[in-house]
Design a binder for this molecule. Structure first.
Ligand SMILES: *Cc1c(COP(=O)(O)O)cnc(C)c1O
Length: 377
C-alpha cells in the first residue's frame, strides 16, 4: 500500500468522541441519576468519586476540586507557601505548574530536565536550593514518572515538601508506587484531553495527611466549615455532580485504557527504532501511561508539515519553556539558561496516540513517518 493512496485519511492527535460513544449508555444513566436527584454540586456523587479515587491511587484522602490548576494552588496554599518562598519545578511542563506557584505569591525556581525522560533532572536540584525553598513540584510529564527516589532523597535532606503534579499521569507507577501517592500531596486534572478526562473541567488532590485534606476541603468552599461562617479566605473550587458521576463511570476503565496506550506506544517504539528519531525513554521500574507519545528530531517542523499533508495531526508540548515566558522576564533567565528544556521545546512533537487508535491508522502513521525519513535519505 503506497502512502499516496491514503491521503484522504484524517487521523487526529486524540479522539475524544470514541470513549463517549463506547460508554454512552452508562454515562447517560449517570447523568439521569444526577439530573433527577436535585443535587448538582458537591453531593453524593462527588463523595463516591473521591472515595473511589483515593482507593485507586492508594492514599487515605482525595479532595475533588474544580481543576488540576486549583489542586496545585490549593495544595500550596494549604501548606502555607506564599510570598518570600521558593518552589523548585521544571520549565518543561504546562504553564499551570508554575502559575500555581506564582498565584500563591511564591517564586518558581526552574531546574533543567533530563532529556531522556523530559522530567526534572534531580542532579541539578541541590544547587538551586536556598533558605527560602519550601517545596519541589516534580511533574510526571507525558505520563512518565519523574525520578522520585532521587527527588525524595533531596526533599528529605532539606526538609522540603514534594507536591506531585500528576495531571498527565493517572495510573502511572514508579517502582510499584502509584503516581500521586509519594509526596505530601498529588494533584490530578480531569480536563477532557487527560487520560481520565471528564466533560468539562475537574481536578483532585490526594494525600495521606488529614490536616491538609481538611484544610483543602475548607479552602474549596470559601473557607467555611459551617455554611455562612468563614474561618479562612478560600476559593470557589467545587467539582460538580455531573462530572463526578461521569468520571466515576470512566475510572473503572482507566487501567484498560492506559494498557492500550502502552501497547500502541510499544508498537511505535519498535517501528521507529532504526530511524534518526529520539523516542520516549523506557525505564524498567517506571510504568508510563503515555499521556502523549513524544518524539524528537532536528527536522520537527518539516515532519509536522509532512504529516499534516498526509492528514495526520501532531502537537507541540510545549513550544516555549516556562523560564523564557514573557511573564517570567523578571526572574532573569535567558536563552541558554536551561539548555535541555530549550532543545526539547524546538525539537519535539507528539504524534497520534489514544486507546482507540486503530491498528490500521497506526500503521498508516508509521508508514508516513518512515516515508519521510526515507525521502531524506
Ligand atoms: C493539565 C495540566 C495541569 C492543569 O490542569 P487543569 O485541570 O487544566 O487546570 C497542570 N499541570 C499539568 C502538567 C497539566 O498537564
Amino acid at each position: 500500500m503506497s502512502v499516496k493512496n491514503e491521503i484522504d485519511k484524517k487521523i487526529p492527535l486524540l479522539d475524544l468522541k470514541q470513549q463517549y460513544f463506547d460508554l454512552r449508555e452508562m454515562l447517560h444513566q449517570s447523568i439521569e441519576e444526577v439530573m433527577s436527584s436535585g443535587s448538582y454540586v458537591m453531593g453524593q456523587k462527588v463523595q463516591l468519586f473521591e472515595r473511589a479515587f483515593a482507593e485507586y491511587v492508594g492514599t487515605k484522602y482525595a479532595v475533588a476540586l474544580a481543576s488540576g490548576t486549583d489542586a496545585l494552588v490549593l495544595t500550596l496554599d494549604s501548606l502555607g507557601i506564599g510570598p518570600g518562598d521558593e518552589v523548585i519545578t521544571t520549565p518543561f511542563t504546562f504553564f499551570s505548574t508554575s502559575e500555581a506557584i506564582s498565584r500563591v505569591g511564591a517564586t518558581p525556581v526552574f531546574v533543567d530536565i533530563d532529556p531522556e525522560t523530559f522530567n526534572i533532572n534531580p542532579s541539578l536540584i541541590e544547587k538551586r536550593i536556598t533558605k527560602k525553598t519550601k517545596a519541589i513540584i516534580p511533574v510526571h510529564l507525558f505520563g512518565m514518572p519523574a525520578d522520585m527516589d532521587e527527588v525524595g532523597a533531596i526533599a528529605d535532606q532539606y526538609e522540603l515538601y514534594i507536591i506531585e503534579d500528576a495531571c498527565q499521569a493517572i495510573g502511572s507507577a514508579y517502582k510499584d508506587k502509584k503516581i500521586g501517592s509519594m509526596g505530601i500531596a498529588g494533584c490530578f486534572s480531569f480536563f477532557p484531553t487527560k487520560n481520565l478526562g471528564g466533560y468539562g473541567d475537574g481536578g483532585m488532590m490526594v494525600t495521606d495527611d488529614e490536616t491538609i485534606a481538611n484544610k483543602i476541603r475548607l479552602l474549596r468552599v470559601h473557607g467555611s466549615v459551617l455554611k455562612y461562617h468563614h474561618s479562612l479566605i478560600g476559593y470557589n473550587s467545587r467539582l460538580d455532580e455531573l462530572q463526578a458521576a461521569m468520571l466515576t463511570v470512566k475510572l473503572a476503565y482507566i487501567d484498560e485504557w492506559n494498557k492500550q496506550r502502552r501497547k500502541k506506544a510499544e508498537v511505535y517504539t519498535e517501528a521507529f527504532k532504526d530511524l534518526p528519531l529520539k523516542l520516549p525513554g523506557v525505564k524498567s521500574d517506571y510504568y508510563s501511561v503515555y499521556h502523549l507519545y513524544v518524539v524528537g528530531t532536528e527536522h520537527r517542523d518539516e515532519l509536522t508539515a509532512f504529516l499534516r499533508e498526509h492528514g495526520i495531526a501532531t502537537g507541540i508540548y510545549y513550544p516555549v519553556p516556562l523560564h523564557l515566558q514573557k511573564v517570567y522576564h523578571h526572574l532573569c533567565y535567558t536563552t541558554g539558561s536551561l539548555p535541555e528544556s530549550e532543545k526539547a521545546a524546538i525539537t519535539t512533537m507528539a504524534i497520534p496516540l489514544y486507546p482507540e487508535l486503530t491498528e490500521e491508522d497506526q500503521d498508516y502513521v508509521i508508514s508516513v513517518i518512515r516515508h519521510f525519513f526515507q525521502s531524506k535519505g
